[in-house]
Design a protein around this ligand. Structure first.
Ligand code: HEM
Length: 238
């Protein structure tokens, strides 16, 4: 039976997700005309003038300049084809990715979290997202250094899912806006559900694909053990 990991349906889904990430990243960057120089009548910057020229502008520009790179780099790094064909580039881009996330994106996101124009649960949601994203990048890096590539890939995938919360936020936000369901509670939700739900979905899909692909490996391993026992018992005449 074909494993779920190799199924054409999953490959097609992966392609569509990549396309969505690229389109949304492009749309995010297209809005930057309002940020260079800051236009305080633009959506995100409305009402932020008083705090903007303090430490916030440093966090803000660091964040918006590094964010799109982490989305593109992550997509390249998760490609098996790219990793197999360009091992060195995988390692170089991977180091750049970890540095961008740990030194720039996560600290700036954490700082900005406390300036979010919302209640404390929203601020806490963004701050928690920063911490878990930083942790998964650090763990992914740690396992690569220790040559545990299974765990390295797992944590880097988790990290990418968390980075994609930026994409999910825009997609869900856009959908809520067009459907007219926007309200007080829908404003608070993105800070939490836009990364928790994708993470839970990832864990479910990951578990089902790994349990399927582990099955043949397990069978092969037990077959090997059986064969070894058989040869040994024949030799000893047991
Ligand atoms: C996963 C880690 C991330 C965290 C913790 C984070 C956190 C934040 C926070 C707290 C804000 C301000 C929200 C507000 O005040 O309402 C923000 C805004 C922003 N973030 Fe992130 N972010 C992350 C990833 C990304 C990524 C990967 C991108 C890539 C494009 C990105 C792009 C932006 C942009 C452009 C803004 C400005 C608002 C806008 O134009 O929509 N962020 N982020």
């Amino acid at each position: 039976m074909m494993s779920l990991e190799r199924s054409p349906l999953l490959k097609c889904l992966q392609g569509m997700v990549c396309l969505l990430i690229l389109v949304v990243t492009f749309k995010i960057v297209a809005i930057y005309v309002d940020y260079f120089p800051p236009n305080f009548s633009a959506d995100f910057l409305i009402g932020r003038k008083p705090e903007f020229y303090g430490s916030y502008q440093w966090a803000f520009y660091t964040h918006i300049l590094t964010g799109p790179f982490t989305l593109i780099f992550g997509m390249i790094l998760l490609s098996d084809r790219f990793r197999i064909r360009f091992r060195r580039w995988h390692s170089r881009i991977g180091k750049a990715q970890v540095a961008l996330i740990l030194l720039f994106l996560v600290p700036s996101g954490f700082w900005m979290a406390f300036y979010a124009q919302s209640d404390f649960p929203v601020k806490l949601g963004f701050a928690t997202l920063s911490v878990v994203t930083g942790l998964s990048a650090a763990l992914g890096w740690w396992f690569a250094v220790n040559r545990d590539f299974h765990l390295h890939r797992l944590w880097m995938k988790r990290c990418y899912v968390l980075l994609c919360s930026a994409v999910v936020t825009r997609v869900v936000g856009g959908a809520l806006l067009t459907s007219g369901v926007e309200s007080e509670w829908t404003n608070a939700l993105p800070a939490w559900i836009n990364w928790i739900i994708p993470l839970v979905l990832f864990e479910i899909i990951n578990r089902s694909t790994t349990s399927q692909s582990a099955l043949p490996r397990q069978n092969k391993a037990s077959l090997g053990t059986e064969a070894f026992r058989y040869v040994k018992s024949n030799k000893t005449g047991a």
